[in-house]
Design a protein around this ligand. Sequence first.
Ligand SMILES: [Zn+2]
Ligand SMILES: [Zn+2]
Length: 123
Amino acid sequence: MSLAQTREACQPTDLTVDTSAGEFTVEWADGHRSVYRLAWMRSVCPCASCREDRRQAEEDPMRLAVGPPPDPKVDSAELVGNYAVRFTWADGHGNGIYGFSSLRASCPCPACNQGEPDDLLCS
Ligand SMILES: [Zn+2]
Ligand SMILES: [Zn+2]
């Protein structure tokens, strides 16, 4: 695979947030299409405080049973340069920056990962 193809694979041509379906769809420059559930996007939020929460939940699984799951409702989504998208969630949480290369690497379609990965993958 040439470098040019690698870049194309990580370059979105279209990003759609469908709040009623709870889905985030990315059309990539190489023609691939990825559909992510917003609940999954929220659960893998890459910001420092969510990473810390997940680390603590791993150490103490009982923590998971206490609070409600994070709200996957999206307030807004904006591009960060040409390499990432940032989601602001309805609960005010908005530090998660999803790099396009990580999103592409985490594509849940059968050809890529056969389902949602537990965490954002690095390309
Ligand atoms: Zn977060
Ligand atoms: Zn895929």
